[in-house]
Design a protein around this ligand. Structure first.
Ligand code: COA
Length: 552
């Protein structure tokens, strides 16, 4: 079938559906919603059998949905309507949720239902759930709806009438007044729930040190206590604030936009507050239940180095801390080292927001790319044990290349990879000119980097980008990856494989040293960073401020 995806942004779910539908041999094109004339032109040009709208912030024009079937993906069960569906579910502590695929109609989210799928809602942040359980359910529901449509015999079911079990209600936009935290009265559980319901957008509006900030994300603290509302400590760039009965970690802040002022963007909390932050003790994570963005564990011969950075963005500081943890892990007597293994983003490369906020963005870009290159180099040159990159969530740009530095790349089914830099106006580094062609061949490496399209886990497996796809729910991925790593470590072939990889690395180094790949990549990147006329700067500014880019 010819399917036109219409979305307000080519976001993770749209990218995943793009990959899944192409995988099933449909012809898929994408059109951004908002500009109605462009949408009409795309409909005329592509002549689709069906429109699927995975994520819409604006309604489709009536002449489009009345001329051909338009299926809307609503992140809520049938009967649930309104623009803040998932926010309300998390805000109210729902344990189960669902996704409905319905036909566009005059009333928002009220059209007949083509398919639905349910999903668990573990107590986690909204964007993590959206890219995990909710996306899994959305893919199941869309594929079922598309198959039903293709059958030509299925009648979509009206949302009311006899036998319809779901409550029928439209919930309003979840406003800041409802999200607001009362630090004096609310306990950690309630505060974390509010923070999770507002992650990654719009955040919770709050006051900190006399200024207005949006709080983005939050994790419960185990031991620290203080006067409710007081700032207690810092850890890994996050801020600890006391609640009525405990404390929470606030990883990122975004300053409230002043009237007429430029758009603001999220930053690690300590960076955002800068010199306004009074001295606070740095509280290291000491206990296995303490929140931290990097943690190390062992299961016999397997080392597990987990990391999880908001938005998958890795600043100079993140890269340096992860490299230090990696080096420490190498000191341990393990034979398999797993990198990642968490839920959500593996990595999306250098931290464009931190770079944007820096006094000298070119110099910060340079520091960041060198820091991530150092990390990638450490993985590439690990020859005494097997390394595995375990991707429970998506990766892009340098984040994909970080994964490719490992001997094996394991992905959860449903992961989307964007192994390219072109859309950010960059040539890229992270030794990609060594590791990408080595895995997929020169022609495929060129195609991936030039076409700049998302790659699903299945396609990645076929091209050699990925070695293993784990079909499991997001909550299971870490355990499954650890179990498989244990099997690899116990395998009688491991010693031979490790010796062979050491020999292969040495042979590659003789052919062309890694330092040469890096120097050549960085020579291009240096020009792109330090020449203000290069498109990278305008593209980065637009990306972090969520504005339309100048186009590439
Ligand atoms: N630096 C800073 N923030 C980043 C980031 C990066 N490299 N990559 C992603 N993010 C942030 C996004 O701004 C977004 O923030 P929000 O929560 O405030 O909305 C969040 O992470 C999730 O990303 P989003 O773009 O909404 O997810 P997506 O699944 O729709 O798209 C990408 C994922 C990776 C395709 C897209 O974010 C992207 O192009 N990132 C930039 C990749 C890049 O060029 N890296 C630098 C070169 S190494």
């Amino acid at each position: 079938m010819r399917i036109l995806l219409v979305a307000s942004a080519f976001n993770s779910l749209t990218q995943r559906l793009h990959a899944e539908l192409r995988e099933r041999r449909h012809t898929v094109t994408v059109q951004l919603a908002g500009a109605d004339e462009e949408l009409r032109a795309a409909v005329r040009a592509d002549a689709p059998d069906l429109v699927v709208a995975p994520m819409l912030r604006t309604a489709l024009p009536a002449d489009v949905w009345s001329a051909l079937p338009c299926l809307i993906v609503h992140p809520g069960p049938p009967g649930d309507r309104g623009p803040s569906a998932l926010d309300w579910a998390i805000h109210e502590g729902a344990a189960d949720w669902g996704v409905t695929v319905l036909q566009a109609d005059a009333e928002l989210d009220a059209g007949p239902v083509w398919a639905e799928a349910s999903c668990p809602l573990p107590p986690l942040a909204k964007s993590d759930l959206y890219r995990g359980e909710v996306s899994d359910a959305a893919v199941r529901a869309v594929l079922e709806a598309v198959a039903r449509f293709a059958s030509g015999t299925y009648e979509p079911q009206p949302q009311h009438g006899p036998g319809w079990r779901a409550p029928d209600h439209t919930r309003p936009y979840l406003r800041q007044e409802t999200r607001r935290i009362d630090w004096e009265r609310e306990g950690t559980e309630a505060v974390v729930r509010k923070l999770r319901a507002a992650d990654s957008q719009p955040g919770v509006l709050d006051e900190l040190l006399g200024a207005e900030w949006f709080l983005h994300g939050g994790h419960p603290e185990r031991a620290l206590r203080g006067r409710p509302g007081a700032l207690l400590a810092t850890r890994a760039g996050a801020l600890c604030r006391a609640t009525a009965d405990g404390a929470v970690w606030l990883p990122e802040l975004r300053r409230r936009r002043s009237p007429g002022g430029p758009a603001t963007f999220k930053l690690p909390a300590v960076t955002a507050l800068g010199s306004a932050l009074p001295h606070l003790p740095e509280a290291p994570a000491l206990h296995r239940d303490d929140w931290s963005d990097i943690r190390y564990a062992e299961d016999g011969p397997v080392g597990l180095l987990r990391f999880s950075f908001p938005g998958g963005a890795m600043s100079t500081d993140h890269c340096r801390r992860l490299l230090a943890a990696y080096r420490e892990a190498l000191e341990r007597p393990t034979s398999v080292l797993v990198l990642g293994g968490g839920r959500d983003f593996f990595s999306n490369g250098i931290h464009l927001n931190v770079i944007e906020a820096a006094a000298d963005p070119a110099a910060e870009s340079w520091a960041n790319i060198n820091a991530i290159d150092d990390l990638v180099e450490a993985v590439l040159t690990t020859t005494d044990r097997l390394t595995v990159a375990a991707l429970g969530g998506n990766a892009a740009a340098g984040g994909v290349m970080l994964a490719l530095a490992a001997d094996e790349v394991w992905c959860r089914e449903g992961v989307v990879l964007n192994p390219h830099y072109r859309l950010m106006g960059l040539y890229g580094s992270e030794y990609w000119t060594y590791s990408l062609p080595r895995r997929v061949g020169g022609a495929e490496a060129r195609r991936l980097t030039e076409q700049a399209l998302p790659v699903g886990a299945g396609a990645g497996l076929r091209s050699g980008l990925v070695d293993r796809v784990l079909p499991c729910p997001p909550q299971e991925f870490g355990r499954q990856a650890a179990r498989l790593a244990r099997l690899s470590a116990d395998s009688p072939t491991l010693l031979g494989r490790t010796a062979a990889k050491k020999a292969a690395r040495e042979a590659d180094e003789r052919l062309r040293p890694l330092a040469e790949y890096r120097a050549e990549e960085l020579a291009v990147m240096r020009r792109q960073f330090f020449d203000p006329a290069q498109p990278y700067h305008a593209l980065r500014t637009a990306f972090v401020r969520k504005q339309p880019g100048p186009g590439v």
